[in-house]
Design a protein around this ligand. Structure first.
Ligand SMILES: Cc1cc2nc3c(=O)[nH]c(=O)nc-3n(C[C@H](O)[C@H](O)[C@H](O)COP(=O)(O)OP(=O)(O)OC[C@H]3O[C@@H](n4cnc5c(N)ncnc54)[C@H](O)[C@@H]3O)c2cc1C
Length: 396
């Protein structure tokens, strides 16, 4: 792969960098001391909605989406450049990130023309915020055993059941929801994929609080919720195919991208942080561990680029996205584990000290890293997918 930008891509990068420098104000910027995939409160959410609208008006949302649905119509490579530059500038995750990255991307492949016209532009303009209604108390890794039921009543479905771990449901206008429409069919063939207005009577959202204090996800209850038939995506009872597309987008984009920046911060910290009177950096074992983490971060970055070929052909991501998800989330926990070995009890402090001025960052890392090995499918499940669907090994 040629890592250099083409002249056209270089011009795109420069224009974007300039626009972000001029428009992304400090109060919007985030760093990894904050776990802000879901805005922490309504005020922040409102600021980020305004920010997404501003970006959209300037043509910076939905870079590779078709222009007829409000996208920029650029190639996938420019989407990659956008992600790199936006991350570098410390832009906040957009309030409609799961609408853009999961549902919208799925609808482009599976939606009817009416559904695309109806939903895609409002995702890009942040007029409608989405959440993902997949997991249930008895269906996580084995998602196809989900029990939320939708009964066909002619021109509509009636939905009853419960979802759990629904990120951002407390702010969402809409939910892409998996339901069982045929309880007698083999479990992968009785599922349908519905778009549900969260304001419909019978939808109840109850927040759950994370270990690190963030309000991130929820339980969502459905009691006799009426969903019009036109909100079905794909074929009735064949929603598993649509579900899998969404999961591939989720895993292909997961794993995190800020590992190298975190390791660089740990290097700086190790040069000052005293162990047995000396800076930790003087210990060759510490330096070796940091070098190994840096090598792994580089390997992940290059593996991500290797996977671009398929996307550049316009195809949705394949099961190989599980490699990025598995390696990236496990690397994040190894970085967190190393930081707690280095800092000892300081890794649990959430206030700055002279020895560790950014203690909050590391305390957050130690408490927060594990969640990425679970969200979007656990590490064990990613290993099974890599074994069976990427390497073609026999099923265990
Ligand atoms: C931060 C976060 C955000 C999330 N957001 C959402 C969301 O927005 N929407 C949504 O629908 N869900 C969401 N989830 C839920 C997530 O998808 C599930 O937690 C995940 O799929 C695991 O399911 P489970 O929690 O039911 O665990 P289980 O499936 O009960 O698994 C328990 C343990 O058993 C292991 N295990 C299970 N089956 C196998 C197997 N076949 N082989 C080997 N090991 C196995 C698992 O790896 C795990 O260690 C979120 C989760 C997190 C942590």
């Amino acid at each position: 792969m040629d890592f250099a930008d083409t002249p056209e891509d270089a011009a795109f990068r420069a224009e974007l960098r300039q626009w972000l420098d001029a428009n992304l104000s400090d109060d919007l910027k985030v760093d990894d001391a904050q776990d802000q995939r879901v805005a922490p409160d309504r005020e922040t959410l409102a600021r980020r909605i305004a920010w997404q609208k501003k970006m959209h008006a300037a043509g910076w949302v939905g870079i590779s989406w078709p222009t007829e649905y409000g996208g920029r119509g650029a190639g996938f490579m420019q989407q990659v450049i956008f992600d790199e530059e936006y991350f570098r500038a410390r832009g906040p995750i957009l309030p409609c990130a799961s609408g853009i990255g999961l549902l919208g991307a799925t609808l482009i492949h599976w939606g009817t023309e009416e559904q695309k016209q109806r939903y895609l532009p409002k995702i890009l303009s942040a007029d409608e915020i989405w959440c993902q209604g997949y997991s249930e108390p008895g269906a996580g890794s084995d998602l196809a055993s989900l029990r939320t039921r939708a009964i066909d009543r002619g021109d509509h479905f009636v939905v009853n059941g419960q979802k759990v771990w629904t990120s951002g449901a407390h702010f969402a206008d809409w939910c892409f929801l998996l339901v069982r429409t045929d309880p007698d069919a083999p479990k992968h063939h009785g599922i349908s994929y519905l778009l549900v207005d969260m304001k419909t009577p019978g939808v109840t959202v109850r927040p759950l609080v994370l270990l690190n204090g963030h309000r991130h996800f929820n339980e969502v209850f459905f009691e006799d919720v009426v969903v019009p038939k036109e909100n079905l995506v794909g074929q009735l009872n064949e929603g598993w195919k649509v579900t899998t597309t969404t999961l591939m987008f989720e895993r292909g984009g997961a794993g995190g991208r800020d590992h190298a920046a975190q390791i660089a911060r740990l290097v700086e910290l190790a040069k000052k942080f005293p162990t047995r009177q000396e800076p930790a950096w003087d210990d060759s074992h510490i330096r070796q561990q940091l070098a190994q983490l840096m090598i792994d971060a580089k390997a992940l970055q290059v593996t991500r680029l290797r996977g671009l070929t398929r996307r550049l052909r316009g195809e949705p991501p394949g099961p190989e996205g599980s490699i990025l998800k598995l390696f990236g989330s496990e690397l994040a926990t190894r970085i967190a584990d190393f930081s707690s070995t280095l800092l000892g009890p300081y890794a649990t402090l959430e206030v700055a000290t002279e020895a560790v001025p950014d203690a909050e960052r590391w305390a957050h890392r130690v408490l927060g890293a594990r969640q990425y090995t679970i969200a979007g499918g656990t590490s064990e499940i990613q290993r099974n997918i890599i074994g069976e669907r990427v390497l073609g090994l026999p099923r265990g």
